[in-house]
Design a protein around this ligand. Structure first.
Ligand code: PBG
Length: 339
């Protein structure tokens, strides 16, 4: 047999060459940090969330501090989730001008005007039954929910949100929100829609963090079936048609194929959401010594970017940005994998 002419290892022989040929490298600008803001909490509140080690329930002032920290390490955006002072069947605290998210948005923009404040637009954190819309005969009433989502988005924009991110999966919500934003003068506020959002068991830790597990049934009547990929193309196409400016695929790592087909099929920016369960799995496995947390974190984030995500919503945002800064200081390279 002839000696091989092609030796792929030639380009792997030194850190410098490996860096030169690396196709995908993370930067802190790729990340969006989620924050959980508690309405009615005392100033200075920062309470660890049990299901998500390293994440906190925070008061609006602490959210502003964390946003500043995120900005200082190069993270361009944060996404806000609210835990209301009280819940009702309609989720009316979602559109309260003094709601947790609205107050946090104001405080964050006052403290750090440059950071992009994204508000998650959904009702499940605010309804007493935990579903993402209002109920009629024990199912979520799609069309009655649209008006409430639109009101929520307008109140978030009024509080200073730079973008709204509808995560409810109702049909027609992007169009309803676009219309309401435009009618209220917010023609330039983008909509980042959770376009391909799966009914995933990976949301478990978030539901504890946001106290929004449905009190009966599940979300399979509105979130997508994990077996479907073509349906994701249809969902994303509909959201873009209705006016979505950025589309989210969620979860990320178990759905890298969906990120890739979304990137290949459409030209709008794509965000991957590394959800609570993806985060908790790495944290939990690392805590009992089964995997190395930092290399698992960097490798999974790199995979999400390699699949085609232009941005990554991740609870690891600050940690990963710090790792990247450290790598830059030590060897001048970003995205150096574990040796
Ligand atoms: C609200 C919402 C959820 C998540 C983001 N927005 C929960 C859900 O749909 O059940 C999950 C995020 C995560 O798991 O990190 N609808």
């Amino acid at each position: 047999m002839a000696f091989p002419i092609h030796r792929a290892r030639r380009l792997r022989m030194s850190p410098t060459i490996r860096h030169m040929v690396r196709e995908t490298a993370l930067t802190p600008h790729d990340f969006i940090l989620p924050l959980f803001v508690v309405g009615g909490s005392d100033a200075g509140t920062k309470k660890p969330i049990k299901s998500m080690p390293g994440c906190y329930h925070v008061s609006p002032d602490v959210a502003a501090q964390m946003a500043q920290e995120a900005h200082s390490v190069g993270i361009p955006g944060i996404i806000l989730f609210g835990l209301p002072v009280r819940k009702d069947p309609y989720g009316s605290r979602a559109w309260a001008d003094d709601g947790a998210v609205q107050r946090a948005a104001r405080e964050i923009k006052a403290a750090q005007p440059e950071i992009c404040v994204i508000c998650d637009t959904c009702l499940c954190e605010y309804t007493d039954h935990g579903h993402c819309g209002v109920l009629k005969d024990c199912t979520v009433d799609n069309d009655a929910t649209l008006e409430l989502l639109a009101k929520t988005a307008v109140s978030q924009a009024r509080a200073g949100a730079d973008m709204v991110a509808p995560s409810d999966m109702m049909d027609g919500r992007v169009a309803a929100i676009r219309r309401a934003l435009d009618e209220n003068g917010f023609i330039n506020k983008p909509i980042m829609s959770y376009a391909a959002k799966y009914a995933s068991s990976f949301y478990g830790p978030f539901r504890e963090a946001a106290e929004c597990a449905p009190s009966f049934g599940d979300r399979r009547g509105y979130q997508m079936d994990p077996g479907n990929a073509r349906e994701a193309i249809r969902e994303v196409a509909l959201d873009i048609e209705e006016g979505a400016d950025i589309v989210i695929v969620k979860p990320a790592l178990p759905y890298l194929d969906i990120i890739k087909i979304t990137r290949d099929t459409f030209s709008v920016p794509v965000a991957g959401y590394q959800v609570s369960g993806e985060y908790a799995q790495i944290k939990g496995a690392a805590a009992i010594g089964l995997v190395d947390e930092i290399s698992n974190m960097m490798e999974s984030l790199t995979s999400i970017k390699r699949a085609g995500a232009d941005m990554i919503i991740t609870y690891f945002a600050i940690d990963a940005a710090k790792v990247l800064a450290h790598q830059m200081m030590n060897n001048g390279y970003c995205g150096k994998p574990a040796e």
